[in-house]
Design a protein around this ligand. Structure first.
Ligand code: ADP
Length: 190
């Protein structure tokens, strides 16, 4: 079983690569951003709560995110493992994830970080904003906030896995297929 954290700033290509990885390895995709957007679309209480944070580019409070992930892990049966995409985004979330997995006799295989320069991220997000219908993809201020939040609050999560000897960085610029190949060679080394 593989439990992989796909890491990187907004616009790094985590969603694109996750789609390909779930097909190749039969993994379950657990994207907290997608889960929140699903709740938002369905107008659930959780969706309403998350909305004000998401639309401004801020993080949803840890306890809310953790509860949602725990639910998803517990309801998933018969999987080859998980790809965590957009989670954990804080060290507290990473600690909670380790605990949740340990409860089920599981652990993280490794974190794979997609490395993309800031200017490229901004261009990609704005391009996506033309079709994504995401309020947080639309204007410079929100995009800048998300990148700043990533640098201030999320980047320390890389250290968390690095200290466990579970961190690897991949070049996230170039052909999608090449990036995918680089990721699969890391996974196949686990
Ligand atoms: P991106 O990686 O492009 O910024 P996501 O789809 O992963 O987008 O997340 C969109 C928004 O959802 C985030 O800006 C944040 O408000 C919220 N969110 C998603 N995952 C988390 C998380 N693990 N912790 C806190 N907030 C989250």
């Amino acid at each position: 079983m593989y439990n992989i954290v796909l890491f990187g700033p907004p616009g790094a290509g985590k969603g694109t690569q996750s789609e390909k990885l779930i097909q190749k390895y039969g993994l379950t995709h657990l994207s907290t951003g997608d889960l929140f957007r699903k709740h938002l679309g369905e107008g659930t209480e959780l969706g309403l709560l998350a909305k004000k944070y998401m639309n401004e580019g801020h993080l949803v409070p840890d306890e809310v995110v953790i509860r949602m992930v725990e639910e998803k892990i517990n309801e998933t049966k018969n999987t080859e493992g998980f790809i965590f995409d957009g989670f954990p985004r804080t060290t507290a979330q990473a600690e909670a994830l380790d605990e949740m997995l340990a409860h089920n006799g599981l652990s993280i295989s490794g974190m794979i970080a997609l490395d993309v320069p800031e200017e490229t991220l901004k261009i990609r997000i704005k391009e996506r904003g033309k079709t994504s219908n995401r309020v947080d993809d639309q204007d410079d201020e929100k995009i800048n906030t998300r990148i700043k939040v990533y640098l201030d609050e999320t980047l320390p999560v890389a250290d968390y896995y690095s200290k466990q000897g579970k961190f690897q960085k991949i070049n996230g610029v170039g052909e999608i297929e090449q990036i995918f190949k680089d990721i699969t060679s890391v996974i196949d080394s686990y």
